[in-house]
Design a protein around this ligand. Structure first.
Ligand SMILES: C[S@@+](CC[C@H](N)C(=O)[O-])C[C@H]1O[C@@H](n2cnc3c(N)ncnc32)[C@H](O)[C@@H]1O
Length: 330
Protein backbone atom coordinates (compact mmCIF):
# COMPACT_ATOMS: atom_id res chain seq x y z
CA UNK A 1 0.00 0.00 0.00
CA UNK A 2 1.40 3.40 -0.85
CA UNK A 3 -1.28 6.03 -0.25
CA UNK A 4 0.51 9.34 0.04
CA UNK A 5 -1.42 11.72 -2.20
CA UNK A 6 -2.97 14.75 -0.61
CA UNK A 7 -5.85 15.26 -2.98
CA UNK A 8 -9.18 13.67 -2.15
CA UNK A 9 -9.52 12.06 -5.58
CA UNK A 10 -7.01 9.23 -5.04
CA UNK A 11 -8.98 5.99 -4.88
CA UNK A 12 -8.97 4.33 -1.46
CA UNK A 13 -6.76 1.24 -1.68
CA UNK A 14 -8.28 -2.16 -1.10
CA UNK A 15 -6.85 -3.75 2.03
CA UNK A 16 -4.68 -6.66 0.86
CA UNK A 17 -4.60 -9.40 3.49
CA UNK A 18 -1.05 -10.43 4.43
CA UNK A 19 0.45 -13.92 4.72
CA UNK A 20 -2.76 -15.57 3.51
CA UNK A 21 -1.12 -18.86 2.41
CA UNK A 22 0.78 -19.00 5.67
CA UNK A 23 -2.40 -18.40 7.70
CA UNK A 24 -4.07 -21.28 5.86
CA UNK A 25 -1.03 -23.50 6.42
CA UNK A 26 -0.77 -22.83 10.14
CA UNK A 27 -4.48 -22.69 10.97
CA UNK A 28 -5.06 -25.74 8.72
CA UNK A 29 -8.85 -25.21 8.63
CA UNK A 30 -10.83 -28.28 7.61
CA UNK A 31 -14.32 -28.46 6.11
CA UNK A 32 -16.84 -28.03 8.90
CA UNK A 33 -14.43 -26.21 11.23
CA UNK A 34 -15.44 -23.34 13.51
CA UNK A 35 -13.01 -20.45 13.17
CA UNK A 36 -12.84 -17.03 14.81
CA UNK A 37 -11.34 -14.15 12.86
CA UNK A 38 -10.85 -11.74 15.74
CA UNK A 39 -9.91 -8.86 13.40
CA UNK A 40 -12.14 -9.43 10.39
CA UNK A 41 -11.28 -6.06 8.76
CA UNK A 42 -12.38 -6.20 5.15
CA UNK A 43 -12.79 -9.97 5.27
CA UNK A 44 -9.80 -10.96 3.12
CA UNK A 45 -8.54 -13.67 5.47
CA UNK A 46 -12.14 -14.42 6.41
CA UNK A 47 -13.05 -15.20 2.83
CA UNK A 48 -10.03 -17.47 2.35
CA UNK A 49 -10.91 -19.31 5.57
CA UNK A 50 -14.58 -19.64 4.65
CA UNK A 51 -13.63 -21.25 1.33
CA UNK A 52 -11.72 -23.91 3.27
CA UNK A 53 -14.37 -24.63 5.91
CA UNK A 54 -17.36 -24.59 3.54
CA UNK A 55 -19.99 -25.84 3.22
CA UNK A 56 -20.71 -26.64 6.86
CA UNK A 57 -18.05 -24.61 8.70
CA UNK A 58 -18.69 -21.46 10.65
CA UNK A 59 -16.72 -18.21 10.83
CA UNK A 60 -17.23 -15.71 13.62
CA UNK A 61 -15.69 -12.35 12.76
CA UNK A 62 -15.04 -9.52 15.22
CA UNK A 63 -13.96 -5.95 14.60
CA UNK A 64 -14.12 -2.85 16.73
CA UNK A 65 -14.50 -0.64 13.66
CA UNK A 66 -18.13 -0.35 12.53
CA UNK A 67 -17.09 0.50 8.98
CA UNK A 68 -14.97 -2.69 8.76
CA UNK A 69 -17.89 -4.74 10.08
CA UNK A 70 -20.17 -3.35 7.38
CA UNK A 71 -17.64 -4.06 4.64
CA UNK A 72 -16.89 -7.57 5.87
CA UNK A 73 -20.60 -8.37 6.05
CA UNK A 74 -21.03 -7.15 2.50
CA UNK A 75 -18.04 -9.12 1.20
CA UNK A 76 -18.99 -12.33 2.98
CA UNK A 77 -22.73 -12.15 2.36
CA UNK A 78 -22.69 -15.05 -0.12
CA UNK A 79 -21.61 -17.41 2.69
CA UNK A 80 -24.99 -16.80 4.35
CA UNK A 81 -25.48 -18.39 7.73
CA UNK A 82 -21.93 -19.75 7.81
CA UNK A 83 -20.64 -16.36 8.88
CA UNK A 84 -21.51 -13.94 11.64
CA UNK A 85 -19.71 -10.61 12.06
CA UNK A 86 -19.93 -8.75 15.34
CA UNK A 87 -19.01 -5.15 16.11
CA UNK A 88 -16.86 -5.74 19.16
CA UNK A 89 -13.37 -5.63 20.55
CA UNK A 90 -11.52 -8.91 20.81
CA UNK A 91 -11.02 -7.99 24.46
CA UNK A 92 -14.64 -9.24 24.79
CA UNK A 93 -13.80 -12.54 23.08
CA UNK A 94 -15.61 -14.79 25.56
CA UNK A 95 -18.69 -12.63 25.75
CA UNK A 96 -18.96 -12.39 21.96
CA UNK A 97 -18.58 -16.14 21.44
CA UNK A 98 -21.16 -16.85 24.12
CA UNK A 99 -23.51 -14.38 22.45
CA UNK A 100 -22.99 -16.15 19.12
CA UNK A 101 -23.73 -19.50 20.76
CA UNK A 102 -20.22 -20.81 20.16
CA UNK A 103 -18.32 -23.03 22.61
CA UNK A 104 -14.92 -24.43 21.67
CA UNK A 105 -13.40 -23.55 18.29
CA UNK A 106 -10.95 -25.09 15.84
CA UNK A 107 -8.97 -21.96 15.07
CA UNK A 108 -8.48 -18.30 15.92
CA UNK A 109 -6.79 -15.64 13.82
CA UNK A 110 -5.62 -12.22 14.99
CA UNK A 111 -4.33 -9.89 12.24
CA UNK A 112 -3.41 -6.95 14.41
CA UNK A 113 -3.13 -3.23 13.81
CA UNK A 114 -4.96 -1.06 11.33
CA UNK A 115 -6.15 -1.73 7.81
CA UNK A 116 -5.02 0.13 4.70
CA UNK A 117 -8.41 1.78 4.55
CA UNK A 118 -8.21 3.07 8.13
CA UNK A 119 -4.74 4.44 7.40
CA UNK A 120 -5.81 5.99 4.15
CA UNK A 121 -8.93 7.81 5.29
CA UNK A 122 -7.84 11.27 6.46
CA UNK A 123 -10.85 11.64 8.76
CA UNK A 124 -9.64 8.74 10.92
CA UNK A 125 -6.44 10.58 11.80
CA UNK A 126 -4.13 7.54 11.67
CA UNK A 127 -1.75 8.67 8.96
CA UNK A 128 1.15 11.10 9.03
CA UNK A 129 0.82 11.57 5.30
CA UNK A 130 -2.82 12.57 5.29
CA UNK A 131 -4.05 15.75 6.93
CA UNK A 132 -6.92 15.06 9.29
CA UNK A 133 -8.14 15.42 12.85
CA UNK A 134 -5.99 13.83 15.55
CA UNK A 135 -8.50 11.07 16.19
CA UNK A 136 -7.02 7.53 15.83
CA UNK A 137 -10.01 5.74 17.38
CA UNK A 138 -10.72 2.35 15.85
CA UNK A 139 -14.12 2.34 17.51
CA UNK A 140 -15.68 5.78 17.22
CA UNK A 141 -18.11 4.96 20.07
CA UNK A 142 -15.10 5.46 22.33
CA UNK A 143 -14.77 9.02 23.62
CA UNK A 144 -10.99 9.27 24.11
CA UNK A 145 -9.09 10.47 21.02
CA UNK A 146 -5.41 10.97 20.30
CA UNK A 147 -6.02 14.74 20.55
CA UNK A 148 -7.21 14.27 24.14
CA UNK A 149 -3.94 12.52 25.00
CA UNK A 150 -1.60 15.05 23.37
CA UNK A 151 -3.49 18.01 24.77
CA UNK A 152 -4.09 16.86 28.34
CA UNK A 153 -1.23 14.61 29.49
CA UNK A 154 1.57 16.37 31.33
CA UNK A 155 4.93 16.50 29.57
CA UNK A 156 6.45 13.64 31.49
CA UNK A 157 3.48 11.30 31.02
CA UNK A 158 3.46 12.13 27.32
CA UNK A 159 7.17 11.40 27.01
CA UNK A 160 6.73 8.09 28.85
CA UNK A 161 3.87 7.13 26.55
CA UNK A 162 5.88 7.93 23.41
CA UNK A 163 8.88 6.03 24.76
CA UNK A 164 6.87 3.01 25.89
CA UNK A 165 4.60 2.51 22.88
CA UNK A 166 6.79 4.05 20.20
CA UNK A 167 10.18 2.91 21.50
CA UNK A 168 11.19 6.46 20.59
CA UNK A 169 14.50 7.58 22.07
CA UNK A 170 13.76 11.27 21.47
CA UNK A 171 10.51 11.02 23.45
CA UNK A 172 11.42 13.78 25.95
CA UNK A 173 12.28 16.31 23.23
CA UNK A 174 9.14 15.41 21.31
CA UNK A 175 6.92 15.76 24.38
CA UNK A 176 8.46 19.17 25.07
CA UNK A 177 7.63 20.38 21.57
CA UNK A 178 4.09 19.00 21.76
CA UNK A 179 3.41 20.74 25.05
CA UNK A 180 4.86 24.03 23.75
CA UNK A 181 2.56 23.92 20.72
CA UNK A 182 -0.72 22.97 22.37
CA UNK A 183 -3.48 22.71 21.43
CA UNK A 184 -2.68 20.28 18.62
CA UNK A 185 -5.72 19.52 16.50
CA UNK A 186 -4.54 17.73 13.38
CA UNK A 187 -2.16 15.05 12.18
CA UNK A 188 -0.18 17.85 10.56
CA UNK A 189 0.17 19.68 13.92
CA UNK A 190 1.57 16.54 15.48
CA UNK A 191 3.90 15.75 12.57
CA UNK A 192 5.27 19.33 12.70
CA UNK A 193 5.84 19.18 16.46
CA UNK A 194 7.88 16.00 16.01
CA UNK A 195 9.78 17.43 13.04
CA UNK A 196 10.73 20.41 15.22
CA UNK A 197 12.10 18.05 17.88
CA UNK A 198 13.84 15.51 15.66
CA UNK A 199 15.96 16.77 12.82
CA UNK A 200 16.40 14.92 9.57
CA UNK A 201 14.40 12.30 7.78
CA UNK A 202 15.58 8.76 7.18
CA UNK A 203 13.68 5.92 5.57
CA UNK A 204 10.64 6.69 7.72
CA UNK A 205 9.03 9.98 8.68
CA UNK A 206 10.44 11.14 12.06
CA UNK A 207 6.92 11.06 13.53
CA UNK A 208 6.30 7.38 12.66
CA UNK A 209 7.06 6.14 16.18
CA UNK A 210 5.10 8.92 17.84
CA UNK A 211 2.04 8.16 15.71
CA UNK A 212 2.38 4.47 16.57
CA UNK A 213 2.61 5.29 20.27
CA UNK A 214 -0.48 7.47 20.24
CA UNK A 215 -2.48 4.94 18.25
CA UNK A 216 -1.56 2.15 20.67
CA UNK A 217 -2.42 4.30 23.68
CA UNK A 218 -5.68 5.69 22.24
CA UNK A 219 -6.95 2.18 21.51
CA UNK A 220 -5.34 0.51 24.55
CA UNK A 221 -3.93 -2.01 22.08
CA UNK A 222 -1.51 -3.78 24.41
CA UNK A 223 -4.09 -4.23 27.17
CA UNK A 224 -6.73 -5.58 24.78
CA UNK A 225 -4.26 -8.02 23.25
CA UNK A 226 -3.06 -9.20 26.66
CA UNK A 227 -6.64 -9.75 27.70
CA UNK A 228 -7.79 -11.43 24.46
CA UNK A 229 -5.03 -14.02 23.92
CA UNK A 230 -5.77 -16.09 27.06
CA UNK A 231 -9.50 -16.05 26.25
CA UNK A 232 -8.80 -17.25 22.71
CA UNK A 233 -6.40 -19.98 23.87
CA UNK A 234 -8.93 -21.25 26.41
CA UNK A 235 -11.56 -21.53 23.65
CA UNK A 236 -9.45 -23.78 21.43
CA UNK A 237 -10.48 -27.40 21.32
CA UNK A 238 -7.62 -29.93 21.57
CA UNK A 239 -5.74 -29.78 18.28
CA UNK A 240 -7.18 -26.32 17.57
CA UNK A 241 -4.80 -23.61 16.46
CA UNK A 242 -4.16 -19.93 17.07
CA UNK A 243 -2.38 -17.67 14.58
CA UNK A 244 -1.36 -14.10 15.34
CA UNK A 245 0.07 -11.58 12.89
CA UNK A 246 1.82 -8.64 14.57
CA UNK A 247 3.19 -5.53 12.89
CA UNK A 248 5.50 -4.07 15.51
CA UNK A 249 7.82 -5.40 18.14
CA UNK A 250 5.67 -4.37 21.10
CA UNK A 251 2.70 -6.50 20.08
CA UNK A 252 4.93 -9.30 18.74
CA UNK A 253 6.64 -9.50 22.14
CA UNK A 254 3.27 -9.89 23.88
CA UNK A 255 2.31 -12.68 21.44
CA UNK A 256 5.64 -14.47 21.78
CA UNK A 257 5.66 -14.31 25.58
CA UNK A 258 2.03 -15.34 25.94
CA UNK A 259 2.35 -18.36 23.66
CA UNK A 260 5.58 -19.35 25.41
CA UNK A 261 3.90 -19.08 28.82
CA UNK A 262 1.08 -21.40 27.80
CA UNK A 263 3.52 -23.79 26.17
CA UNK A 264 5.79 -23.84 29.22
CA UNK A 265 3.13 -24.93 31.63
CA UNK A 266 2.67 -21.85 33.71
CA UNK A 267 0.30 -19.13 32.63
CA UNK A 268 0.70 -16.80 35.57
CA UNK A 269 1.75 -13.25 34.66
CA UNK A 270 5.49 -12.60 34.55
CA UNK A 271 5.05 -10.30 37.53
CA UNK A 272 3.50 -12.95 39.81
CA UNK A 273 5.72 -13.87 42.74
CA UNK A 274 4.66 -17.53 42.65
CA UNK A 275 2.82 -19.85 40.30
CA UNK A 276 -0.87 -20.20 41.08
CA UNK A 277 -2.19 -21.71 37.83
CA UNK A 278 -1.42 -25.36 38.45
CA UNK A 279 1.30 -25.44 35.82
CA UNK A 280 -0.78 -26.87 32.97
CA UNK A 281 0.78 -26.98 29.52
CA UNK A 282 -1.92 -25.88 27.13
CA UNK A 283 -0.06 -25.14 23.90
CA UNK A 284 2.64 -26.31 21.55
CA UNK A 285 4.22 -23.45 19.64
CA UNK A 286 4.45 -24.50 15.98
CA UNK A 287 6.44 -21.55 14.65
CA UNK A 288 9.98 -21.80 16.01
CA UNK A 289 10.67 -18.34 14.60
CA UNK A 290 8.14 -15.76 13.45
CA UNK A 291 7.01 -16.39 9.90
CA UNK A 292 7.66 -13.40 7.63
CA UNK A 293 6.33 -12.58 4.17
CA UNK A 294 8.23 -13.47 1.01
CA UNK A 295 10.05 -10.77 -0.94
CA UNK A 296 7.43 -11.20 -3.63
CA UNK A 297 4.61 -10.45 -1.19
CA UNK A 298 6.43 -7.38 0.18
CA UNK A 299 6.96 -6.10 -3.35
CA UNK A 300 3.28 -6.60 -4.13
CA UNK A 301 2.11 -5.22 -0.77
CA UNK A 302 4.68 -3.03 1.06
CA UNK A 303 2.45 -2.97 4.14
CA UNK A 304 3.31 -6.66 4.62
CA UNK A 305 6.97 -5.90 5.23
CA UNK A 306 6.76 -5.75 9.02
CA UNK A 307 4.29 -8.64 9.45
CA UNK A 308 5.34 -11.44 11.84
CA UNK A 309 3.16 -14.52 12.21
CA UNK A 310 3.29 -16.84 15.21
CA UNK A 311 1.15 -19.92 15.68
CA UNK A 312 0.45 -22.54 18.33
CA UNK A 313 -1.67 -25.66 18.76
CA UNK A 314 -3.80 -26.53 21.74
CA UNK A 315 -2.59 -29.71 23.38
CA UNK A 316 -4.90 -32.68 23.67
CA UNK A 317 -4.08 -33.29 27.31
CA UNK A 318 -4.38 -30.06 29.26
CA UNK A 319 -3.88 -31.10 32.84
CA UNK A 320 -1.29 -32.86 34.91
CA UNK A 321 1.35 -32.68 32.20
CA UNK A 322 3.94 -31.05 34.30
CA UNK A 323 2.98 -32.57 37.59
CA UNK A 324 2.92 -30.06 40.38
CA UNK A 325 3.11 -26.37 39.69
CA UNK A 326 6.62 -25.43 38.61
CA UNK A 327 8.60 -23.28 40.99
CA UNK A 328 9.04 -19.87 39.50
CA UNK A 329 12.58 -19.15 38.44
CA UNK A 330 12.54 -16.19 36.12
C1 LIG B 1 -4.97 -5.51 9.63
S1 LIG B 1 -6.66 -5.24 9.73
C2 LIG B 1 -7.34 -6.83 9.46
C3 LIG B 1 -7.55 -7.13 8.02
C4 LIG B 1 -8.24 -8.45 7.74
N1 LIG B 1 -7.48 -9.57 8.20
C5 LIG B 1 -8.55 -8.58 6.27
O1 LIG B 1 -8.14 -9.58 5.66
O2 LIG B 1 -9.21 -7.70 5.71
C6 LIG B 1 -6.86 -5.10 11.45
C7 LIG B 1 -8.30 -4.93 11.88
O3 LIG B 1 -8.34 -5.21 13.28
C8 LIG B 1 -9.28 -4.37 13.86
N2 LIG B 1 -8.95 -4.31 15.29
C9 LIG B 1 -7.90 -3.75 15.89
N3 LIG B 1 -7.97 -3.90 17.22
C10 LIG B 1 -9.09 -4.61 17.46
C11 LIG B 1 -9.72 -5.11 18.63
N4 LIG B 1 -9.21 -4.87 19.85
N5 LIG B 1 -10.86 -5.81 18.50
C12 LIG B 1 -11.40 -6.05 17.29
N6 LIG B 1 -10.86 -5.58 16.14
C13 LIG B 1 -9.72 -4.88 16.23
C14 LIG B 1 -9.11 -3.05 13.13
O4 LIG B 1 -10.26 -2.26 13.25
C15 LIG B 1 -8.87 -3.54 11.70
O5 LIG B 1 -10.06 -3.60 10.97
Amino acid sequence: MSPTAESGDTPTPVHLPVLVDEVLTYLAPRPGAVIVDATIGEGGHGEALLRRIAPAGRLIGLDRDADAVRRAEERLRSFGRNVVVRHASFADFDHELDAAGVGLVDGVLFDLGVSSRQLFEPGRGFSIDRAGPLDMRMDVRQTLTAADLVNTLDERALADLIYRYGEERASRRIARQIVARRPLRTTRDLARAVEAAVAGRGRHHPATRTFQALRIATNEETDTLESALPQAIARLRPGGRICVIAFHSIEDRIVKQTLARYARGCTCPETAAACSCGGRRMLRVITKKPVVPSLLEVRRNPRARSARLRAAERLVETSGQTGSAPARAR
